[in-house]
Write a protein that binds this ligand. Structure first.
Ligand code: AMP
Length: 269
């Protein structure tokens, strides 16, 4: 594995290259993205950068876990070819202009975290422009993020192929997340309720049944403070009519003050 020390090395990366952008605190979800990257291209590139622009809450940014040594080990285990730790000054030598994530950026996660998706898209757009990766792999775990980036790439005919990777979960169903490290052991157990609610909803006959079944499960867990639980059409991220079936169920909330998000595809009937 080669650690990129000079910004100019990005220009001479061998092709084809599959790129995985992350914010570090790597876990088995990231690992799967890196393993998949090697299947798409001979060379894989991992970046680790805690992007300040996508943190609307400064204490969340300050508390973001930092585990550089463990991250390097995981990257080695995943046979990453190139590892890059971008710096703000390198990314934006002439400053930056915030890129708007549009309407999709203002609902659900975007409504609860104003500016989050604009900040995310600003840095992802910069990565795409600098690296011009043949493939970029992103997790379905952050489904709204994935849909926003997909739209950005499609709208601009950017030649990078975006590869979505299904969510990697603990045995309980809880999705791996860098934020899980801020949960107590008992809260980790309670948090599996999110997955249970999503499964019940995804297997419902329409949105009405999905919401009622999902909420019934979530309400049993007092520690879970709900933000949203919805069945949507992922093409526009809008909720579907009560008697219709969307293609995704999405959920967000807090346990012990830690924000958790998750989603599941609705199986085609
Ligand atoms: P992050 O470091 O949180 O910005 O995540 C970097 C990438 O890893 C994003 O594309 C995430 O969607 C993806 N990711 C995070 N958690 C998981 C997971 N449990 N399973 C699959 N992908 C994930």
């Amino acid at each position: 594995m080669k650690v990129i020390s000079q910004f100019s090395e990005l220009d001479i990366l061998p092709r084809p290259i599959a790129y995985v952008p992350t914010m570090g605190a790597l876990h088995p979800g990231h690992y799967q993205l890196l393993i998949a990257a090697k299947k798409y291209a001979k060379n894989s590139l991992l970046s680790i950068f805690v992007n300040p622009l996508q943190f609307e809450n400064s204490s969340d940014l300050i508390n973001y876990p930092d585990s550089k040594d463990a991250d390097m080990e995981l990257a080695l285990a995943a046979e990453v070819d190139y590892l890059w730790f971008p710096k703000s000054a390198e990314l934006y030598p002439d400053g930056y202009q915030i890129i708007s994530a549009g309407e999709m950026g203002n609902i659900y996660e975007g409504a609860s975290r104003p500016g989050h998706f604009d900040g995310m898209l600003t840095v992802v757009a910069r990565y795409l422009d600098l690296i011009k990766p043949d493939f970029m792999l992103m997790g379905e775990k952050d489904f709204q993020q994935l849909c926003i980036v997909k739209k950005y790439i499609e709208d601009r005919d950017i030649p990078t192929k975006l590869i979505p990777i299904p969510t990697v979960r603990l045995e309980s169903g809880l999705a791996y997340s860098s934020r899980n490290s801020r949960l107590s052991e008992s809260s980790i157990r309670f948090a599996a309720v999110i997955f249970q609610a999503l499964v019940a909803a995804a297997n419902s006959k329409d949105r009405k049944e999905a919401i009622s079944k999902g909420m019934e499960i979530l309400h049993k867990e007092e520690k879970f403070q709900l933000d949203y639980f919805e069945m949507i059409d992922s093409s526009n991220f809008q909720q579907v009519a009560e008697n219709q079936l969307g293609d995704r169920v999405i959920c967000a909330g807090w346990i012990d003050g830690v924000r958790l998000i998750d989603n599941l595809p609705v199986p085609r009937k």
